[in-house]
Write a protein that binds this ligand. Structure first.
Ligand SMILES: [Zn+2]
Length: 642
């Protein structure tokens, strides 16, 4: 059998990574705020879960939680979290039956279809666990399970969530194949790819060029059908935002299995169309909870944010295309912090790019509930509470990737990494306040001199950068979007790169609106926020509405200079509303007939607009710092009032 294509780049394992600076603080806030304590407050991952032998059918939720808890605990070397994770891992390892299946056992059928999909997530947990510990049981365990799958998938066909999300099973199969090159895994890979929803066709054709509501009216479907037949009446799984975010990795699995470039082309085409028809300024797509267009008041589900981040990581590994590094930064540095409270004790189900009111009220969602944009413990549905944990910990794997005797600085963040090149050890320390500032320094530690290429990603937004080696400016070779340093490195060498971060006013959004961007950060209007605690929630996990206490209906004068002020990170939570590390001052004017409609900002006025009010100074802060914000602005140009 033909071999599977190799990834262009290889990620580092968790045992080699130590986050530092603001990123370490972010992980600690997450760990203390929600991840390490979730099992003490939430029954879905509690002591009665069937994933540790109980009778509570907790489905995908414990695997989702562990998919974040495991990498997070090992990255932070947090023994309490590690002990908690081990309890679940040990139970799962010991649950493996003679036929190779594992997991909850209360069902009696040979092939437990409803629990098939959650096992894809549990396999990802085992991958992280192995990368952190090298536990020798993991590889044989996964091998036995995949042999079980190979036998079963002749008799049973994947359906429902497993069929929609088969790309995640293929990912786990290829992860093992990359380690042992066992050819039965390719047989299984082809079978799984063949039984997964046809994401390649979906992206090649892209039939959903309008919000899902245009094709399927949810209320009338629900009035006339049962939940079960719903899946036949509408293209439920192809339009489901989390499936789409996971699904963008699926054609990649076909590409690696066959080497046929048409699969890779389908991903690029699919992403272009997703952005064109459903793209949002924070780098994600609208889906509340089905694809819902480009209007900035539509929602984006938190699960889709973290799943898309993971899919993008796999795309970056497979292709080495720096464009995916740009996208990872855009999503992670904007959409992710925006939708989680600064102390990580509350999150939203749906975020809006223009989010001027957070309240328990009806909005133009496709089928989400009224509480979907509340900050709370479990707004709308518990999937995001279970799944949000993987975002920041897995993000660390994007920092450095390896080629053949090459190191790639793929996504910029403060972190330390232990790398091996030609069996020699190198420690790289990346110091930076990126994305708030444009300077990143890399310190190299090694016992003996080594020759290798060090490639630094030049982001697409950057038109000018300066590179220094040991304090001296150097001309660097540029290969596509990489700055390439090819030299003999010595202990204590220092490489510094300084990206000029200009303010960019980007045109072409909904109703011809503009976004204001600097580096990978999108900026939003700094609105005074008033947080109201609701009588809902448990212990420290409360629900909040957030009301605007300053005007939000501004249009920008894009001809006036925008002034950047860098304050630096001064709080443990870098994405702080009160202490935003970077701010932009701009000129704007009120648009009085732009008001709240249906509990969101009303229809965005079509630009350019005529201004008849006095210009004012406004302050913009990073999208991720602003829980209320306008991030797509109407605008005018020119000096006059009109
Ligand atoms: Zn969710």
């Amino acid at each position: 059998m033909k071999k599977a294509l190799k990834n262009k780049l290889k990620t580092l394992e968790y045992s080699s990574l130590s986050p530092s600076g603001w990123l370490k603080n972010q992980l600690e806030l997450q760990n203390d705020g929600i991840t390490r304590t979730l099992d003490e407050y939430w029954g879905s991952v509690g002591i009665y879960s069937d994933w540790i032998g109980g009778t509570d059918n907790s489905w995908e939720r414990p695997p989702y939680w562990l998919d974040g808890l495991v990498p997070l605990s090992y990255l932070l070397k947090d023994n309490k979290g590690i002990k908690k994770a081990e309890k679940w891992i040990e139970w799962s390892l010991k649950s493996q039956r003679p036929n190779g299946d594992f997991g909850p056992t209360y069902r009696t059928s040979e092939f437990d279809e409803p629990l098939f999909w959650p096992k894809f997530v549990m396999l990802k947990v085992f991958i992280s666990f192995y990368e952190a510990t090298k536990d020798s049981r993991v590889i044989p365990f996964m091998t036995r399970y995949f042999r079980f799958c190979l036998a079963q998938l002749d008799k049973f066909k994947m359906s429902s969530w497993a069929e929609a999300r088969g790309g995640d099973l293929s990912y786990a199969i290829l992860w093992l194949y990359d380690i042992n090159n066992d050819s039965f895994l390719l047989q299984l890979l082809n079978k799984v790819n063949g039984q997964t929803l046809h994401w390649t066709d979906m992206f090649e054709e892209f039939p959903f060029t309008r919000p899902t509501n245009y094709y399927y009216k949810w209320d009338s479907i629900m009035a006339n059908t049962t939940r079960t037949s719903l899946y036949n009446i509408m293209q439920y799984h192809y339009t489901h935002i989390v499936n789409v975010a996971m699904g963008v990795k699926q054609p990649l699995m076909n590409y690696r299995a066959t080497g046929d470039k048409k699969y890779l082309d389908a991903v690029y085409k699919g992403l272009d169309d997703l952005y064109k028809y459903h793209g949002q300024v924070a780098g994600v797509f609208a889906g509340d909870e089905h694809l819902s267009g480009v209007n900035p008041t539509q929602g984006t589900e938190l699960c889709s944010v973290v799943e898309y981040m993971f899919s993008l990581q796999l795309l970056l590994e497979a292709t080495g295309d720096p464009m995916f590094g740009d996208l990872i930064e855009r999503v992670t540095y904007n959409a992710l912090p925006a939708t989680i409270s600064e102390d990580f004790k509350a999150h939203q189900y749906d975020q809006q790019a223009n989010q001027v009111l957070v309240s328990n009220a009806k909005r133009n969602w496709y089928n989400n509930e009224d509480d979907s944009n509340l900050f709370g413990f479990e707004p709308n549905f518990g999937c995001c509470l279970a799944n949000m944990h993987q975002g920041w910990p897995k993000f660390t794997k994007n920092a450095f990737m390896l080629g053949e005797e090459e190191i790639f600085a793929t996504v910029y963040m403060p972190i330390e990494a232990d790398i091996e090149i030609a069996s020699k050890k190198i420690r790289i320390v990346s110091k930076t306040e990126y994305p708030f500032k444009g300077d990143v320094s890399f310190l190299f530690y090694m016992e003996e001199n080594q020759s290798f290429k060090f490639n630094l990603r030049i982001p697409e937004w950057c038109s000018k950068c300066k590179l220094l080696i040991n304090g001296k400016v150097v001309e660097h070779g540029v290969n596509g979007n990489w700055a390439v340093i090819n030299r003999v490195f010595s202990n204590n060498d220092r490489v510094e790169i300084s990206f000029e971060m200009s303010v960019i006013v980007k045109h072409g959004w909904y109703n011809n609106s503009v976004s204001v961007e600097r580096g990978p950060l999108v900026f939003g209007l700094n609105i005074k926020e008033s947080w109201h605690e609701l009588e809902r929630g448990i212990n420290q996990y409360k629900y909040y509405e957030v009301y605007p206490e300053s005007p939000w209906n501004y249009a920008l004068n894009i001809d006036k200079e925008m002034v950047v002020e860098e304050f630096g990170v001064s709080t443990k939570q870098a994405f702080s509303h009160g202490h935003a590390p970077v701010r932009i001052r701009a000129k704007a004017f009120r648009v009085h007939n732009w008001e709240i409609e249906n509990n969101s900002a009303g229809e965005l006025p079509v630009s350019p607009i005529v201004g008849d009010t006095e210009e004012e100074d406004i302050e913009l802060i990073p999208y991720g710092c602003a829980k209320l914000r306008v991030s797509l602005f109407p605008w005018k140009s020119g000096n006059g009032k009109k």
